[in-house]
Unconditional design. Structure first.
Length: 272
């Protein structure tokens, strides 16, 4: 770790961190990006660890998607994440690509960010000046843009583990291999009502994951059709999609409403 931090400080923006390389090497082959130096962090043993306490799941920066979908610690502590990881891209990408690399590249059409933002996950960063943590929603600042400093590298992702009665849903729609739309929802439902405000985040349809304002839904009746429609409308208003190969902005905004209602249905089914 000390060597990696030293190299990062020495070369700054002239170097990229190389772990899985699924996005990095493709960008370099296509000539979209070029770095004089690559810092290979794969041999650093402490970055390959997954550990959990009763309150926190910590995932090292070089843990791959394939390892996460099969890890018994993840399966027990946060099965929703294991299910998501099992459906990232294809087996070739999952075998090489890492969760940290996925966040570092900040590709808008990605699976993990929406669920991580909904869960309040944090990115742990290390530099010669020390360490700091940022919420995933603060770390991703735009399309292919992050708050990572020129002398920093990601060492881990920390996910607060929700209480046992908290329900999670992740649903997505895709035209190509990457998701065109993703909805993550995290909530407690008791006696047919939300306990507090649910956390709903829309991913892959905008430049960054968008949290839906849900304060008005605390204690709402989840089985009332008006709740589902109001939540869908709040989600449609929270995003700013653009026209691309996955569809027009209007089409995407319509899908956001549809998939938010599907996510709510999954939460209700889980609570039952």
């Amino acid at each position: 770790m000390a060597d990696a931090v030293s190299l990062r400080q020495r070369y700054g923006e002239d170097a990229a961190i190389y772990a899985g390389g699924t996005e990095l090497l493709l960008a370099m082959k296509l000539g979209i990006a070029r770095w004089p130096h690559l810092i290979d962090i794969k041999p650093i043993d402490q970055l390959r660890r997954v550990a959990a306490t009763k309150d926190l799941l910590r995932i090292g920066a070089t843990v791959t998607h394939w390892e996460l979908e099969r890890d018994p610690v993840v399966a027990k502590a946060l099965p929703a994440l294991a299910r998501l990881e099992a459906n990232v891209a294809n087996i070739r990408v999952r075998a090489a690509g890492t969760l940290a690399g996925n966040l570092a590249f900040a590709e808008p059409h990605a699976d993990p960010p929406a669920l991580l933002v909904a869960l309040g996950a944090r990115v742990v960063l290390e530099s010669a000046a020390g360490s700091r943590t940022l919420l995933v929603g603060e770390f991703i600042t735009g399309m292919y843009q992050t708050a990572l400093g020129p002398g920093e590298l990601i060492v881990a992702i920390e996910i607060p583990l929700p209480a046992r009665d908290v329900r999670m849903a992740y649903v997505k729609f895709k035209v190509l291999e990457r998701p065109s739309l993703a909805v993550a929802a995290v909530a407690t439902i008791r006696d047919g009502r939300f306990v507090g405000a649910p956390s709903v985040v829309i991913g892959a349809v905008d430049e960054v994951p968008r949290a839906v304002p849900t304060a008005d839904f605390a204690s709402a009746d989840v089985r009332d059709p008006r709740t589902a429609e109001a939540l869908a409308e709040a989600a449609r208003a929270a995003v700013d999609p653009s026209d691309d190969l996955a569809g027009s902005a209007d089409y995407k905004r319509h899908l956001v409403g549809v998939f938010v209602q599907r996510a709510l249905g999954s939460l209700i089914a889980g609570a039952a």
